[in-house]
Each structure stands twice: as structure tokens, then as C-alpha cells.
Design a binder for this molecule. Structure first.
Ligand code: THU
Length: 158
């Protein structure tokens, strides 16, 4: 038996002002996207924005439903729309942020497992690593690829 470890390397910033310009713009787009959130049940407004390889920025927000499982997270709304409207353009970066009780959350919102699995598919389809930015007001994590937040990705079908 051998004990092994996964190491997750990422960059941490303490505000959006510290980010390189393109990433800052994407975080601002994700913040803007929270305005499109429909979350009457959780009152947790999530915004996501993706930057495509051609520079296009696409926004998404969580959409809830009285039949709870019928709703969809912000990340998947953004990624599915990006892939549906620009099927041949790789997705380079995804930024996520959340708004609750009248303010943006201080800490980064961690994407659910289903969103991470969709990120894995989007990245695979793109053929290049997709960066992931989880943006809180006081702490921002930047991961170099989906692999960092989803170790042991299921991709056994190829
Ligand atoms: N939600 C997202 O949109 N993204 C996440 O990463 C986590 C959760 C949404 C789903 C639901 O509308 C609300 O946040 C509370 O779970």
C-alpha cells in the first residue's frame, strides 16, 4: 500500500481589482449576471460568465422552479448557452459569483458536483483547459483548469 495525495494549485486574490484585466471583466460580468437570477425559493442569486476563445462573453444565472430539480444552476445556464450558440468556439474561462441578503458573498461560491461534471465535458469538448474563477467579494480563487476542482474526472467513454 502506498499513500498518495492530490495537490490542488490555484491563485488567490483578495479583490477583483487585483485580477488581470480580462479576468476582472469576467468577474464583473458574473456579478452583473446575478441580476438575471430567478431564485424565489433559495434567495441565493448566482451569476456566471464565460469567456470564449474569440473574446465573446456569455452570462448565465440560476433559474429555479417550484418543482425543485427542474431548476438549473448559473454555471450550467452559461455553459450550455455558450456551447449551444457558439458550438465550435472553445470556452476559455468561467467565472462564478453569488449574491445573498442584499450583498455579494464575501467568500467564493463552490460549484455543485453536477456543474463540475458539465465543466469537465465543456473543457473536453473545447480541447483545451478551461480556467475557473470562483469570486467572492473578499477572496477570489483562480484555478488553471477544471481538473483542479474535479480530480478523477469521469471521461472513460472515449
Ligand atoms: N446554485 C448555482 O447556481 N450554482 C452553484 O454553484 C451552487 C448553487 C444555485 C442553485 C439554486 O438555485 C441555488 O443556487 C441554491 O442552491
Amino acid at each position: 500500500m502506498e499513500q498518495k495525495f492530490f495537490t490542488i494549485k490555484f491563485d488567490e486574490y483578495s479583490s477583483a481589482d487585483e485580477l488581470p484585466a480580462e479576468d476582472r471583466e469576467l468577474v464583473l460580468a458574473a456579478r452583473e449576471a446575478t441580476g438575471g437570477s430567478y431564485a424565489p425559493f433559495s434567495k441565493f442569486n448566482v451569476g456566471a460568465a464565460v469567456r470564449l476563445a474569440d473574446g465573446t462573453v456569455i452570462k448565465g444565472a440560476n433559474q429555479e422552479n417550484a418543482a425543485f430539480p427542474s431548476g438549473l444552476c448559473a454555471e450550467r445556464v452559461a455553459m450550455f448557452y455558450a456551447n449551444a450558440s457558439h458550438p465550435d468556439v472553445p470556452v476559455e474561462t468561467l467565472a462564478v459569483t453569488a449574491f445573498q441578503n442584499g450583498d455579494f458573498c464575501s467568500e467564493p461560491a463552490a460549484p455543485c458536483g453536477a456543474c463540475r461534471q458539465v465543466m469537465a465535458e465543456v473543457q473536453k469538448r473545447s480541447g483545451k483547459k478551461m480556467r475557473v474563477i470562483l469570486a467572492g467579494k473578499d477572496r477570489i480563487y483562480v484555478f488553471p483548469s477544471v481538473d483542479s476542482i474535479l480530480p478523477l474526472i469521469f471521461n472513460n467513454l472515449d
